[in-house]
Ligand binder design. Sequence first.
Ligand code: PBG
Length: 327
Amino acid sequence: MELTIRPRRLRSSETLRKMVRETRVDKSSLVYPMFVAEGENVKEEIPSMPGQYRYSIDRMEEKLEELMDAGVNSVMFFGIPDRKDELGSMAYALDGIVQKAFQRAKRQVPGMYLIGDVCMCEYTSHGHCGVLKGDDVDNDKTLELLAKTALSQVQAGADMVAPSDMMDGRVGSIRRILDANGFVHTPIMAYSVKFASAFYGPFRDAADSAPAFGDRKTYQMDFHNRREALREAALDVKEGADIVMVKPAMAYGDLIREIKDSVHVPVASYSVSGEYAMVKAAAERGWLSEERIICEMAACAFRAGTDIYITYFAKELAECMERGLIG
Ligand code: PBG
Protein backbone atom coordinates (compact mmCIF):
# COMPACT_ATOMS: atom_id res chain seq x y z
CA MET A 1 0.00 0.00 0.00
CA GLU A 2 1.49 3.32 -0.99
CA LEU A 3 0.35 5.72 1.71
CA THR A 4 2.57 8.74 2.09
CA ILE A 5 0.46 10.51 4.62
CA ARG A 6 -0.29 8.48 7.71
CA PRO A 7 -1.74 10.52 10.62
CA ARG A 8 -1.24 7.50 12.89
CA ARG A 9 2.53 8.02 12.64
CA LEU A 10 2.28 10.78 15.25
CA ARG A 11 0.22 8.64 17.61
CA SER A 12 2.64 5.79 18.03
CA SER A 13 3.94 6.52 21.54
CA GLU A 14 2.98 8.52 24.60
CA THR A 15 6.11 10.66 24.19
CA LEU A 16 5.22 11.55 20.64
CA ARG A 17 1.55 12.09 21.42
CA LYS A 18 2.53 14.52 24.14
CA MET A 19 5.01 16.25 21.86
CA VAL A 20 2.37 17.04 19.25
CA ARG A 21 -0.43 17.77 21.68
CA GLU A 22 -2.40 20.85 20.68
CA THR A 23 -3.98 21.77 24.00
CA ARG A 24 -1.86 22.30 27.10
CA VAL A 25 -3.42 22.74 30.48
CA ASP A 26 -2.18 24.35 33.64
CA LYS A 27 -3.39 24.54 37.23
CA SER A 28 -3.32 28.33 37.08
CA SER A 29 -6.41 28.14 34.82
CA LEU A 30 -8.56 26.51 37.49
CA VAL A 31 -11.11 28.24 39.71
CA TYR A 32 -12.97 26.44 42.47
CA PRO A 33 -16.55 27.55 43.30
CA MET A 34 -17.24 27.38 47.01
CA PHE A 35 -20.35 27.84 49.17
CA VAL A 36 -19.98 29.77 52.40
CA ALA A 37 -22.78 29.73 54.96
CA GLU A 38 -23.68 31.37 58.23
CA GLY A 39 -23.19 29.39 61.44
CA GLU A 40 -20.32 27.81 63.30
CA ASN A 41 -18.49 24.60 62.67
CA VAL A 42 -20.60 23.82 59.62
CA LYS A 43 -19.38 21.50 56.90
CA GLU A 44 -22.56 20.23 55.39
CA GLU A 45 -22.62 18.01 52.34
CA ILE A 46 -24.87 19.10 49.47
CA PRO A 47 -27.09 16.09 48.73
CA SER A 48 -27.19 16.53 44.96
CA MET A 49 -23.44 17.27 44.82
CA PRO A 50 -21.69 14.50 46.76
CA GLY A 51 -18.24 15.64 47.85
CA GLN A 52 -19.24 19.33 47.84
CA TYR A 53 -20.04 21.18 51.04
CA ARG A 54 -21.35 24.38 52.53
CA TYR A 55 -18.70 25.74 54.87
CA SER A 56 -19.13 28.16 57.72
CA ILE A 57 -16.33 30.69 57.71
CA ASP A 58 -14.56 29.08 60.64
CA ARG A 59 -14.32 25.85 58.61
CA MET A 60 -13.42 27.21 55.18
CA GLU A 61 -9.74 27.61 55.90
CA GLU A 62 -9.12 23.87 55.81
CA LYS A 63 -10.61 23.71 52.31
CA LEU A 64 -8.66 26.75 51.12
CA GLU A 65 -5.41 25.22 52.39
CA GLU A 66 -6.24 21.91 50.74
CA LEU A 67 -6.77 23.72 47.43
CA MET A 68 -3.53 25.68 47.77
CA ASP A 69 -1.64 22.45 48.49
CA ALA A 70 -3.08 20.94 45.33
CA GLY A 71 -2.02 24.01 43.33
CA VAL A 72 -5.44 25.63 42.94
CA ASN A 73 -5.09 29.24 43.99
CA SER A 74 -8.36 30.84 42.87
CA VAL A 75 -11.79 30.43 44.39
CA MET A 76 -15.18 31.93 43.71
CA PHE A 77 -17.42 32.45 46.72
CA PHE A 78 -21.18 32.03 46.83
CA GLY A 79 -22.85 33.22 50.01
CA ILE A 80 -25.73 31.47 51.70
CA PRO A 81 -27.34 33.96 54.10
CA ASP A 82 -29.50 32.96 57.04
CA ARG A 83 -32.24 35.35 56.12
CA LYS A 84 -33.65 36.47 52.80
CA ASP A 85 -35.92 39.35 51.88
CA GLU A 86 -37.56 40.94 48.86
CA LEU A 87 -34.63 43.24 48.19
CA GLY A 88 -31.89 40.71 48.85
CA SER A 89 -30.39 43.08 51.39
CA MET A 90 -27.92 40.55 52.79
CA ALA A 91 -26.20 40.53 49.39
CA TYR A 92 -24.78 44.01 50.03
CA ALA A 93 -24.74 44.12 53.83
CA LEU A 94 -21.34 44.96 55.27
CA ASP A 95 -21.71 42.00 57.63
CA GLY A 96 -23.17 39.73 54.94
CA ILE A 97 -21.88 36.18 54.82
CA VAL A 98 -19.81 36.60 51.70
CA GLN A 99 -18.29 39.86 52.91
CA LYS A 100 -17.25 38.16 56.16
CA ALA A 101 -15.84 35.27 54.16
CA PHE A 102 -13.69 37.62 52.05
CA GLN A 103 -12.36 39.42 55.09
CA ARG A 104 -11.41 36.22 56.78
CA ALA A 105 -10.04 34.38 53.75
CA LYS A 106 -7.85 37.35 52.80
CA ARG A 107 -6.28 37.28 56.26
CA GLN A 108 -6.00 33.53 56.64
CA VAL A 109 -4.90 32.47 53.19
CA PRO A 110 -3.38 35.58 51.60
CA GLY A 111 -2.09 33.65 48.58
CA MET A 112 -5.58 32.70 47.47
CA TYR A 113 -7.13 34.80 44.68
CA LEU A 114 -10.71 35.62 45.70
CA ILE A 115 -13.55 36.08 43.23
CA GLY A 116 -17.06 37.15 44.22
CA ASP A 117 -20.13 35.89 42.41
CA VAL A 118 -22.41 38.92 42.21
CA CYS A 119 -26.10 38.05 42.10
CA MET A 120 -29.28 38.44 44.13
CA CYS A 121 -30.88 35.00 43.84
CA GLU A 122 -29.27 33.50 46.94
CA TYR A 123 -30.46 36.51 48.94
CA THR A 124 -33.99 37.24 47.72
CA SER A 125 -37.02 35.61 49.35
CA HIS A 126 -38.49 34.94 45.88
CA GLY A 127 -35.26 33.47 44.50
CA HIS A 128 -35.04 35.69 41.43
CA CYS A 129 -31.78 37.34 40.39
CA GLY A 130 -33.10 40.86 40.90
CA VAL A 131 -35.79 42.86 42.64
CA LEU A 132 -39.29 42.35 41.32
CA LYS A 133 -41.77 44.57 39.57
CA GLY A 134 -44.91 42.47 39.30
CA ASP A 135 -43.88 39.05 38.11
CA ASP A 136 -40.69 40.10 36.40
CA VAL A 137 -37.39 41.53 37.56
CA ASP A 138 -36.97 45.29 37.56
CA ASN A 139 -33.81 45.50 35.49
CA ASP A 140 -32.74 49.08 36.16
CA LYS A 141 -33.49 49.07 39.85
CA THR A 142 -31.56 45.82 40.21
CA LEU A 143 -28.48 47.46 38.68
CA GLU A 144 -28.05 49.73 41.69
CA LEU A 145 -28.20 46.80 44.08
CA LEU A 146 -25.80 44.71 42.04
CA ALA A 147 -23.34 47.59 41.93
CA LYS A 148 -23.63 47.98 45.70
CA THR A 149 -23.10 44.25 46.14
CA ALA A 150 -19.98 44.25 43.97
CA LEU A 151 -18.53 47.24 45.81
CA SER A 152 -19.18 45.68 49.22
CA GLN A 153 -17.41 42.50 48.13
CA VAL A 154 -14.38 44.38 46.87
CA GLN A 155 -14.25 46.48 50.01
CA ALA A 156 -14.30 43.25 52.01
CA GLY A 157 -11.33 41.86 50.08
CA ALA A 158 -12.55 40.32 46.80
CA ASP A 159 -9.86 40.53 44.11
CA MET A 160 -12.36 40.21 41.24
CA VAL A 161 -16.13 40.31 40.84
CA ALA A 162 -18.23 38.11 38.59
CA PRO A 163 -21.81 39.26 37.94
CA SER A 164 -24.04 36.26 37.14
CA ASP A 165 -27.47 37.91 37.21
CA MET A 166 -27.82 38.61 33.46
CA MET A 167 -29.47 42.04 33.85
CA ASP A 168 -28.81 44.42 30.95
CA GLY A 169 -26.19 47.01 31.76
CA ARG A 170 -24.80 45.47 34.94
CA VAL A 171 -21.18 45.37 33.83
CA GLY A 172 -21.23 49.10 33.14
CA SER A 173 -22.91 49.88 36.47
CA ILE A 174 -20.39 47.80 38.39
CA ARG A 175 -17.43 49.31 36.52
CA ARG A 176 -18.64 52.82 37.32
CA ILE A 177 -19.12 52.24 41.04
CA LEU A 178 -15.78 50.45 41.40
CA ASP A 179 -13.98 53.25 39.56
CA ALA A 180 -15.73 55.95 41.56
CA ASN A 181 -14.46 54.29 44.73
CA GLY A 182 -10.89 53.96 43.54
CA PHE A 183 -10.98 50.28 42.56
CA VAL A 184 -9.94 50.99 39.00
CA HIS A 185 -7.78 47.88 38.85
CA THR A 186 -10.32 45.35 40.11
CA PRO A 187 -11.31 43.17 37.16
CA ILE A 188 -14.84 42.15 36.20
CA MET A 189 -15.44 38.65 34.91
CA ALA A 190 -18.89 38.79 33.34
CA TYR A 191 -21.14 35.78 33.04
CA SER A 192 -21.88 37.09 29.56
CA VAL A 193 -23.23 34.03 27.83
CA LYS A 194 -25.31 32.44 30.52
CA PHE A 195 -28.16 30.23 29.48
CA ALA A 196 -31.42 29.39 31.24
CA SER A 197 -30.25 25.87 31.90
CA ALA A 198 -31.46 22.76 33.68
CA PHE A 199 -27.79 22.08 34.41
CA TYR A 200 -28.02 24.48 37.39
CA GLY A 201 -30.45 22.25 39.31
CA PRO A 202 -28.05 20.99 41.99
CA PHE A 203 -26.64 24.50 42.57
CA ARG A 204 -30.09 25.73 43.46
CA ASP A 205 -30.27 23.02 46.13
CA ALA A 206 -26.85 24.05 47.37
CA ALA A 207 -27.68 27.75 47.50
CA ASP A 208 -31.36 27.33 48.24
CA SER A 209 -32.00 29.71 45.36
CA ALA A 210 -34.64 28.14 43.12
CA PRO A 211 -37.15 30.80 42.02
CA ALA A 212 -40.34 30.59 44.08
CA PHE A 213 -42.40 31.12 40.91
CA GLY A 214 -41.72 31.15 37.21
CA ASP A 215 -38.24 30.68 35.79
CA ARG A 216 -35.22 32.75 34.73
CA LYS A 217 -36.02 32.87 31.02
CA THR A 218 -36.68 36.61 30.93
CA TYR A 219 -33.06 37.27 31.83
CA GLN A 220 -30.96 34.16 31.17
CA MET A 221 -30.47 33.23 27.52
CA ASP A 222 -32.43 30.80 25.37
CA PHE A 223 -30.16 27.85 24.65
CA HIS A 224 -31.24 27.68 21.02
CA ASN A 225 -29.35 30.89 20.29
CA ARG A 226 -25.90 31.52 18.97
CA ARG A 227 -25.83 35.01 17.48
CA GLU A 228 -27.35 36.39 20.65
CA ALA A 229 -24.37 34.93 22.54
CA LEU A 230 -21.99 36.94 20.37
CA ARG A 231 -24.07 40.04 20.99
CA GLU A 232 -24.05 39.57 24.77
CA ALA A 233 -20.29 39.01 24.88
CA ALA A 234 -19.58 42.04 22.69
CA LEU A 235 -21.86 44.21 24.80
CA ASP A 236 -20.18 43.20 28.05
CA VAL A 237 -16.74 43.90 26.62
CA LYS A 238 -17.97 47.33 25.54
CA GLU A 239 -19.26 47.99 29.07
CA GLY A 240 -15.86 47.12 30.49
CA ALA A 241 -15.80 43.37 31.13
CA ASP A 242 -12.19 42.19 31.47
CA ILE A 243 -13.09 38.52 31.06
CA VAL A 244 -16.23 36.99 29.55
CA MET A 245 -17.74 33.66 30.52
CA VAL A 246 -19.74 30.97 28.82
CA LYS A 247 -21.95 28.88 31.08
CA PRO A 248 -22.60 25.93 31.20
CA ALA A 249 -19.41 24.54 29.64
CA MET A 250 -19.89 20.95 28.60
CA ALA A 251 -22.72 21.24 26.09
CA TYR A 252 -21.63 24.69 24.92
CA GLY A 253 -18.19 24.12 23.40
CA ASP A 254 -19.31 25.61 20.11
CA LEU A 255 -20.00 28.91 21.82
CA ILE A 256 -16.79 28.89 23.82
CA ARG A 257 -14.98 28.69 20.47
CA GLU A 258 -17.07 31.36 18.80
CA ILE A 259 -16.71 33.77 21.68
CA LYS A 260 -12.98 33.10 21.79
CA ASP A 261 -12.69 34.00 18.12
CA SER A 262 -14.91 37.05 18.34
CA VAL A 263 -13.72 38.99 21.41
CA HIS A 264 -10.22 39.95 22.49
CA VAL A 265 -10.45 39.32 26.21
CA PRO A 266 -9.83 36.04 28.06
CA VAL A 267 -12.69 33.55 28.01
CA ALA A 268 -13.86 31.61 31.04
CA SER A 269 -16.20 28.65 31.05
CA TYR A 270 -18.09 27.26 34.01
CA SER A 271 -18.59 23.55 34.33
CA VAL A 272 -21.73 23.80 36.42
CA SER A 273 -23.36 21.81 39.20
CA GLY A 274 -25.39 19.58 36.87
CA GLU A 275 -22.25 18.54 35.02
CA TYR A 276 -20.68 17.65 38.36
CA ALA A 277 -23.75 15.74 39.54
CA MET A 278 -24.03 13.72 36.33
CA VAL A 279 -20.41 12.61 36.48
CA LYS A 280 -20.66 11.75 40.17
CA ALA A 281 -23.89 9.80 39.76
CA ALA A 282 -22.60 7.73 36.86
CA ALA A 283 -19.22 7.13 38.51
CA GLU A 284 -20.88 5.99 41.74
CA ARG A 285 -22.70 3.33 39.76
CA GLY A 286 -19.46 2.27 38.14
CA TRP A 287 -20.78 3.30 34.74
CA LEU A 288 -17.82 5.45 33.85
CA SER A 289 -14.44 6.50 35.18
CA GLU A 290 -14.72 9.78 37.04
CA GLU A 291 -11.06 10.57 36.63
CA ARG A 292 -10.99 9.99 32.90
CA ILE A 293 -14.25 11.84 32.30
CA ILE A 294 -13.22 14.97 34.20
CA CYS A 295 -9.91 15.11 32.32
CA GLU A 296 -11.69 14.73 29.01
CA MET A 297 -14.32 17.36 29.85
CA ALA A 298 -11.64 19.81 30.94
CA ALA A 299 -9.38 19.21 27.93
CA CYS A 300 -12.36 19.70 25.60
CA ALA A 301 -13.27 22.98 27.30
CA PHE A 302 -9.69 24.20 26.90
CA ARG A 303 -9.55 22.96 23.31
CA ALA A 304 -12.73 24.93 22.60
CA GLY A 305 -10.95 28.08 23.76
CA THR A 306 -11.35 28.27 27.52
CA ASP A 307 -8.65 30.24 29.31
CA ILE A 308 -10.17 29.99 32.78
CA TYR A 309 -12.05 26.86 33.82
CA ILE A 310 -14.40 27.11 36.78
CA THR A 311 -15.14 23.68 38.15
CA TYR A 312 -16.13 21.80 41.31
CA PHE A 313 -13.49 19.26 40.24
CA ALA A 314 -10.69 21.84 40.44
CA LYS A 315 -8.70 20.00 43.09
CA GLU A 316 -9.13 16.59 41.44
CA LEU A 317 -8.11 18.06 38.08
CA ALA A 318 -5.02 19.64 39.61
CA GLU A 319 -4.09 16.22 40.94
CA CYS A 320 -4.68 14.65 37.53
CA MET A 321 -2.41 17.29 35.99
CA GLU A 322 0.25 16.46 38.55
CA ARG A 323 0.02 12.79 37.61
CA GLY A 324 0.13 13.55 33.87
CA LEU A 325 -3.36 12.18 33.17
CA ILE A 326 -4.17 15.43 31.43
CA GLY A 327 -1.55 17.66 29.98
C1 PBG B 1 -26.48 32.74 40.46
C2 PBG B 1 -25.71 31.61 39.92
C3 PBG B 1 -26.17 30.34 39.53
C4 PBG B 1 -25.04 29.62 39.19
C5 PBG B 1 -23.95 30.44 39.35
N1 PBG B 1 -24.39 31.68 39.78
C6 PBG B 1 -27.52 29.77 39.53
C7 PBG B 1 -28.54 30.23 38.59
O1 PBG B 1 -28.31 31.08 37.74
O2 PBG B 1 -29.65 29.73 38.73
C8 PBG B 1 -25.04 28.18 38.75
C9 PBG B 1 -23.82 27.44 39.07
C10 PBG B 1 -23.92 25.96 38.98
O3 PBG B 1 -24.94 25.39 38.57
O4 PBG B 1 -22.93 25.32 39.32
N2 PBG B 1 -27.29 33.39 39.57
